[in-house]
Ligand binder design. Structure first.
Ligand SMILES: [Fe+2]
Length: 445
């Protein structure tokens, strides 16, 4: 076995000639770089029996949430199992891929956590654990995992990226002051860390400081220009800030020029687009024919059945594009899931199905039905994964369904709960609904 240390100082089965490319893969994963895939292909072309490389290829395929990528992940898993002798740590990544392929991403994260506990300097394990917990909607686990490596990473070459992950986990667990400070420190160390930069943007969004958020992002576009499709997501955050300030034309201009600059069918890209259009429509903004391409793409992806988060954004797009038949088809597919066998399917069955039915009813103007379904799914909404900012579109539609059904007190309670989770912040959305509720209550008196 050839052993060369990676950038974290951890032995790998690669030769000294190959380790440079592998380190660029690790840095690419940490920084969400567009170059990561080509770099991984280079490594695997030179060392197709490199089990860890195959495992990362497989896990990366599963993170895409696309049915056709599951087969490629299986091929990577088979190649990893039959490849060259690997270290115990490398085989843990391979078995983690196997866990996920068998429907157990939580077990995959736990297996990688054992590896991270053995060597807290393992930046690759740290980042993959964060990614899996993020998809599963487990911010507490994200935070516990990354906080376990901080003490060992003072002099780590990836320290800035580690701080970026810590900042995001702090934000998702409600520690906004520390999240902002740690995020700024991380970006100072790793200026190309779009994840850390975007963690600070999350803080501004969540705490209702849109103007300060725009100041933070302005001039830092180079931090995310190098990214894979994650760059669309950072533009989405910027558009949310304009939305909050009532600058709807600017939000739509960003939608056209940046968020949907490429008409991709990656579920994360569709989620950015659908989520922004849905929020704009809640504010009464005419979004023109922008739903059409999202609905076309979502029709094609609606049979994937990989992630509830993806399904619900496809549903937003199908409803926006008035694709009633496709929306019914998606609901039917979600109803036919077999939740016992698979963690993701369990979430699709609940809360996914209730939320999807709620979105469908909301689009049809059946607000009491929408309210019933959305309320039933709301308590477990976090399980669909993603961030608070991403799931907020479903919170907004739930509150809107209550308001349009005449359940004013319930809408007020949901608004107060939303504000409490945001450190008491009253953003533009909340301010408008609170004044609406006040007006209704004054009329009632
Ligand atoms: Fe985000």
């Amino acid at each position: 076995m050839r052993l060369s240390d990676d950038l974290s100082g951890i032995p790998t089965s690669l030769s000294p000639q190959q380790i440079g490319d592998w380190n660029r893969v690790i840095t690419g994963i940490l920084s969400h770089a567009a170059s990561t895939g080509p770099k991984l292909n280079l490594v695997l072309a030179a060392a197709p029996d490199f089990a860890l490389g195959q495992a990362i290829r497989g896990v990366s395929c599963l993170l895409l949430g696309r049915a056709e990528m599951v087969d490629i992940a299986r091929q990577a898993y088979a190649a990893a199992l039959t490849g060259a002798p690997a270290t115990m740590r490398e085989m843990a990544f391979v078995h983690a891929l196997g866990d996920w392929l068998h429907g157990r991403p939580s077990r995959a994260a736990a297996r990688l956590q054992v590896i991270l506990n053995l060597n807290p300097r393992d930046a690759l394990a740290m980042k993959m654990i964060q990614a899996i917990h993020f998809v599963m909607g487990r911010p507490d686990a994200m935070r516990a995992s990354v906080e376990g490596v901080l003490a060992a990473s003072d002099d780590h070459p990836a320290r800035g990226y580690i701080l970026g992950c810590h900042a995001f986990a702090l934000e998702e667990t409600g520690d906004y002051v520390r999240a902002e400070r740690v995020g700024r420190d991380g970006v100072a160390l790793a200026p190309d860390d779009a994840w850390g930069l975007h963690a600070v943007a999350h803080v501004f969004d969540t705490t209702g400081r849109a103007r300060a958020g725009l100041d933070w992002l302005s001039g830092r576009e180079g931090s995310w220009a190098h990214c894979n499709n994650f760059r669309f997501h950072v533009w989405w955050h910027r558009a949310l800030m304009h939305l909050d300030l009532g600058e709807y034309d600017t939000a739509l201009a960003l939608y056209d020029a940046d968020i949907r600059a490429e008409k991709t069918d990656d579920y994360r890209d569709i989620s950015n687009g659908a989520s922004l259009l849905a929020r704009l429509e809640l504010e009464g903004i005419n979004v023109g024919n922008r739903w059409e391409e999202l609905a076309d793409l979502s029709e094609n992806r609606a049979t994937d059945g990989c992630l509830a988060f993806a399904d619900l954004h496809y549903m937003l797009a199908l409803c926006g594009g008035e694709r009633d038949k496709a929306a019914v088809g998606l609901i039917t597919r979600m109803q036919s899931t077999r939740p016992l066998a698979n963690e993701a399917q369990r979430v699709i069955a609940h809360p996914g199905l209730h939320i999807a039915q709620g979105l469908q009813a909301f689009a049809a103007g059946e607000y009491p039905v929408a309210w019933m379904h959305l309320r039933a799914g709301r308590a477990d909404l976090q399980q669909i994964g993603g961030s608070h900012a991403q799931r907020d579109v479903f919170d907004r539609i739930t509150i809107e369904a209550a308001l349009r059904s005449g359940y004013t007190e319930a809408a007020g309670a949901l608004l107060r709960d939303r504000m409490a989770r945001r450190g008491g912040a009253v953003d533009g959305y909340a301010a408008a609904r609170l004044s609406l509720i006040d007006a209704v209550q004054v009329q009632a008196v």
